[in-house]
Design a protein around this ligand. Structure first.
Ligand SMILES: [Zn+2]
Length: 288
């Protein structure tokens, strides 16, 4: 996933079966290409939900009149999630033994790799699912005339797909640059983020700004003892860690000390190749 949120495939591989051996081989090839940093392993949430649903439907004892609970897989807070698993065991382990023991043995040990309350502790830039890879696979198929293509033809189609991905990235880069200057030029608090980060990243930062903005504004010109607004909830560092962008607490600190954000405090994943400052008519006005 690029800084503009488009898809770009760094590698393609052909394997004759989808098993552990083939998967290991693939990962080793990727490591040789040095395209992977140290990464946190995640399992695709979409596939987990799909598999659990179909398996549980088969194993569920329906005459019971109860629907299978989904909370254990969906609860967003770690503590609530913990309770949901406990609830699943307490309520259903006895009467729904096959379904519950299936979930407990197959998915519970791996929960930290796909449940959002855990995976958002990873530096994953918000990615939870592998659907983009599925999408590229499907797209590549559409580049082929049929499923029995010759290897050389397949290779040339892969090359074409990558070229097209690059072209659509470049087209989007131009569009996004114009849109983000229109949208964020006047946001001085953003500092050079406006020109150095992609619009996708700025959208995330703007959301964090909204969380603290009204509080900072209502405290303006008040001494600490006069301030009426609630203090913010304590910073867990989760947002900054997951996205590599300043969280509402970071922004609040900057606003209160009358400082602007700096792109040096953000993860390079979001950086644009070239600063947009030269294209912004407002820059000339702001800096005499
Ligand atoms: Zn924070």
């Amino acid at each position: 996933i690029t800084n503009l949120h488009t898809t770009f495939n760094v590698a393609f591989a052909i394997v004759n079966k989808e098993d552990e051996e083939a998967y290991t081989w693939l990962v080793e090839r990727l490591e040789n290409l040095r395209v992977t940093e140290t990464v946190d392993q995640q399992i695709c949430l979409w596939h987990v939900l799909k598999n659990v649903q179909s398996e549980v439907k088969r194993k569920w004892n329906w005459p019971d009149g109860q629907q299978p609970p989904q909370q254990a897989l969906r609860e967003q807070e770690e503590e609530d999630n913990h309770m949901a698993w406990q609830h699943l065991i307490d309520q259903f382990a006895e009467h729904q033994e096959p379904a519950v023991s299936y979930i407990l043995s197959t998915y519970f040990p791996w929960r930290k790799h796909f449940l959002e309350c855990f995976t958002r502790q990873n530096r994953n830039f918000g990615v939870r699912v592998t659907s983009r890879t599925e999408g590229s696979h499907k797209e590549l198929k559409s580049y082929l005339l049929n499923s029995r293509a010759e290897l050389r033809f397949l290779a040339s189609r892969v090359e074409q797909l990558v070229k097209d991905q690059e072209a659509s990235y470049n087209a989007k880069r131009g569009e996004e640059a114009t849109r983000q200057l229109g949208q964020y030029s006047s946001c001085r608090w953003m500092g050079d983020l406006r020109y150095r980060l992609s619009r996708k990243a700025l959208g995330l930062v703007a959301q964090q700004h909204r969380i603290c903005h009204s509080r900072v504004k209502s405290d303006l010109g008040q001494t600490a003892s006069q301030r009426r607004s609630e203090p913010p909830p304590e910073c867990t560092g989760a947002f900054r860690h997951q996205f590599g962008l300043p969280c509402s607490h970071d922004i609040e600190r900057k606003l209160r000390s009358n400082q602007e954000l700096s792109y040096l405090d953000t993860h390079p994943h979001w950086h644009l190749e070239e600063s947009l400052a030269a294209n912004d008519p407002l820059v000339a006005i702001e800096e005499p």
